[in-house]
Design a protein around this ligand. Structure first.
Ligand code: BES
Ligand code: MN
Ligand code: ZN
Length: 459
């Protein structure tokens, strides 16, 4: 689709180092005044440099955006995100060729996000004509879903409790023409979800599992599972204040799963999608589960509680067991599972685990290609002894505290059928300091990546 630039749009000139120079040789249609201004302010077309050129009727003649060497914008695929946060109000169009118009436009849209539920954010109304050659519908729907996922993570627990998150799942299902089923409170015991019940039973709002299925029953079965801990106090193994402060984001896995599902359904992916979200608040009360307790899980494995703060793997264990009961072709879970993953790889590069070599390769390269990067860590079998229990089949917390993200993944693996193709993402779910296209705050990491994987596998 081509876009006729409206007369009242302002040009954003992409300026590369090779062509920026003497008057006219760069092919930019700049007024002499604008050119003199750029020279006087010492503008250099280094990647990411931005200069607003004064002039014209609106006060802005145009904008220069440095792209560095020719590869500059390719190396920083979300470089247009700066426009969203730094330009004066107005409608802009890109002049010049973009390496990847889809990602450039998506970066712009994702850069516009602010969490404004409780405080109106001062963002100028900047809009961008979708750049030539981009699939604007896909990018706009993707940005909408990612921004909705960000909202879920950013919402504090008093605004997004167990019941609220459950309602979000119901609403998403209904938006796409299906309806979710919910198993809550004592029904979790009656229907054999002992671990979800144990983790969530101390909270004022009853724990639950919410799930729905969408799409053609004959299509490949893809199941997404997300950790929905709306707040993680640690339970009786209470977290210290600094570690608890951000634990509203402990439903980041659920947000990522819902974001991916939203995009897949919106784009009508040719799959039979199942979404399973265990939702709890890991709270403290007289009915808390305890260190030393032993519970028999849905799968039949007995689990000794070494630490009530290793709650995510417990609720996922029952959810993954349920997921495997109808033999999905692909099973993917997302969870803000361990602090150890952050120690290993930092906040922006979530580790993933799988034994499917083809998928591992695809995830690594797609992650770079779409700017949703991940890094593979091993399901290192010898470390499984760290989660042995003397009195049960398995312990939920490793001894020694070594390789915490790996032992958590090995724990989950025990609840997944051997034959099932399975991927686990240990995400942080949060951007601690803003980067292009990634405002500070909630981020449903790996959601876009999973969409890319599924579209590459199934069309
Ligand atoms: N939700 C946390 C993990 C987490 C902490 C993610 C900080 C991101 C940032 C999880 O439930 C947890 O508490 N994990 C423990 C496990 C330990 C007790 C075995 C951890 O990582 O310390
Ligand atoms: Mn915890
Ligand atoms: Zn947690």
């Amino acid at each position: 689709m081509t876009h006729q630039p409206a007369a009242d749009t302002l040009p954003v000139y992409l300026v590369d180092e090779a062509h920026w120079g003497d008057q006219g040789s760069d092919g930019l249609e700049l007024s002499p005044g604008a050119r003199a201004y750029a020279r006087a302010t010492g503008f250099e077309p280094k990647a990411g440099r931005l200069l607003v050129l004064p002039g014209g009727e609106s006060g802005v003649e145009g904008v220069l955006l440095g792209v560095g060497s020719d590869a500059g914008l390719a190396a920083a695929p979300f470089a247009l995100a700066k426009l969203a946060s730094e330009l004066p109000a107005g409608r802009y169009r890109i002049v010049g060729a973009l390496e990847n118009p889809d990602l450039a436009y998506l970066g712009f849209l994702l850069g516009q996000y602010r969490f404004s539920r409780f405080k109106s954010a001062e963002v100028p109304a900047v809009t961008l004509v979708p750049p030539e050659g981009c699939d604007e519908h896909t990018m706009e729907e993707t940005a909408r879903a990612v921004n909705a996922g960000r909202d879920l993570i950013n919402l504090p627990t008093n605004a997004l409790g167990v019941d609220d998150l459950a309602r979000v799942v119901h609403r998403l299902a209904e938006t796409h023409g299906c309806s979710a089923r919910e198993i809550a409170g004592d029904q979790l015991l009656a229907q054999n979800f002992p671990l979800i019940h144990a983790v969530g039973r101390a909270a004022a709002v009853a724990p639950r599992l919410v799930e729905f299925t969408w799409g053609d029953a004959r299509a490949p079965k893809v199941t997404l599972v997300g950790k929905g801990v709306v707040f993680d106090t640690g339970g009786l193994n209470l977290k210290p204040d600094n570690a608890m402060l951000l634990m509203k984001k402990d439903m980041g896995g659920a947000a990522a799963a819902l974001t991916a599902a939203d995009i897949l359904m919106t784009l009508n992916a040719p799959i039979r999608l199942r979404v399973i979200i265990p939702i709890v608040e890991n709270s403290v009360s007289g009915s808390s589960f305890r260190p030393g307790d032993v519970y028999t899980s849905r799968k039949g494995l007995s689990v000794e509680i070494g630490n009530t703060d290793a709650e995510g793997r417990l609720i996922l264990a029952d959810a993954l067991a349920l997921a495997c009961e109808d033999s999905p072709d692909l099973l993917i879970d997302f969870a803000t599972l361990t602090g150890a993953a952050r120690v290993a790889l930092g906040p922006d590069l979530p580790p993933f685990y799988t034994e499917d070599e083809a998928i591992a390769g695809e995830l690594s390269s797609l992650g770079i290609a779409i700017n949703d990067p991940v890094w593979r860590l091993p399901l290192w079998k010898p470390y499984a002894t760290m989660i042995d229990s003397k009195i049960a089949d398995i312990n939920n917390a490793g001894v020694g505290g070594f390789a915490g993200s790996i032992t958590a993944a090995l724990f989950l693996k025990r609840f997944v059928e051997e034959k099932t193709s399975w991927v686990h993402f240990d995400i942080y779910g949060w951007t601690p300091s803003a980067k292009p296209g990634r405002p500070e705050g909630g981020e449903p990491q790996a959601a876009r990546l999973v969409v890319a994987l599924i579209r590459s596998k199934y069309g």
